[in-house]
Write a protein that binds this ligand. Structure first.
Ligand code: SAM
Length: 261
């Protein structure tokens, strides 16, 4: 998560507020990634991953454990033809694509795609099956002729403008799958834990002398100023009702894998 978010702005009359919001996030990520072009390890560019508690970069060893865990869960789905929406600097792509026939990575940030192209694809013959496209998540329909067996949406949905956008993206993802394919949704922020999360962050920053009233005020302000999309787990129950083709959903704190059959 970058250390800044787009400032809330009123869209102009002829602007689509959803597209505007997506464009604002693209700018935020372009700026964040511009600081990481010289990353020492091309397959481990963690430039925009900052702690919500301290605002500081997340420790590399924690990131490595998290990336490895996510990759292991996705590889367990035995992917062969993959679409990753919001592939960023290729933390997952560089580890999963070598096991696949084809891997299509998309992102709204041209800085992210430039990094993957120049620092990963140009250097790594085992990434020959990778294709990149500069496009927003809700424009994934018809990207490839053949269906995917896994669509990855990891740590991306929090930058979507609203739930309807997420629903559209998931709908397109489900439509692009083989009969037994899976959509892997990872690192989602849980709406049911919004207060708990901000309370924990503010408690970690508070001194023992901070009056409870002021602590409550800080938590309320943080909650009011939240810029990212959080999703209630019930969203997926409803999704399954709307899309009966979804055969199974498994949830954990690290993500949800939704499969069709
Ligand atoms: C935190 S990074 C995650 C990268 C990668 N999926 C991973 O797990 O390492 C989020 C990425 O999503 C991209 N992104 C944000 N909103 C998007 C949207 N509406 N459509 C496509 N990509 C988006 C950003 O540009 C950024 O590169």
């Amino acid at each position: 998560m970058p250390d800044t978010a787009p400032a809330a702005q009123a869209p102009g009359d002829d602007e689509d507020p959803m597209a505007e919001r997506v464009a604002e996030w693209a700018e935020v990520f372009d700026q964040a990634y511009a600081r990481g072009t010289g990353a020492r390890e091309a397959d481990f560019n963690i430039v925009s991953w900052n702690s919500s508690y301290t605002g500081e970069p997340l420790p590399a060893e924690e990131m490595r454990e998290w990336v490895d865990g996510t990759v292991e869960r996705i590889l367990a789905l035995r992917p062969r033809r993959v679409l990753e929406i919001g592939c960023g600097t290729g933390l997952l792509l560089s580890r999963i694509a070598p096991h696949c026939e084809s891997y299509h990575g998309t992102d709204i940030s041209s800085a992210a795609l430039d990094f993957v192209r120049t620092r990963l694809l140009a250097e790594r013959p085992d990434l020959a099956g990778v294709t990149l496209s500069h496009r927003a998540a809700d424009e994934s329909a018809g990207l490839d002729e053949e269906p995917y067996d896994v669509v990855i949406l990891n740590s991306v949905a929090q930058y979507f403008p609203d739930g309807a956008y997420l629903r559209k993206v998931l709908g397109q993802a489900l439509d692009s799958l083989t009969g037994d394919g899976a959509v892997f949704v990872g690192d989602l922020r849980n709406l049911a834990l919004l207060d708990t999360f901000h309370t924990d962050v503010e408690l970690s920053r508070a001194t023992a002398k901070l009056p409870v009233g002021r602590l409550r005020g800080r938590i309320a302000r943080r909650t009011r100023q939240e810029q990212e999309l959080l999703v209630h787990p019930a969203f997926f129950t409803t999704l399954r009702e709307d899309r009966p083709a979804i055969g199974a959903s498994t949830y954990s704190s690290a993500g949800a894998a939704t499969t069709t059959n």
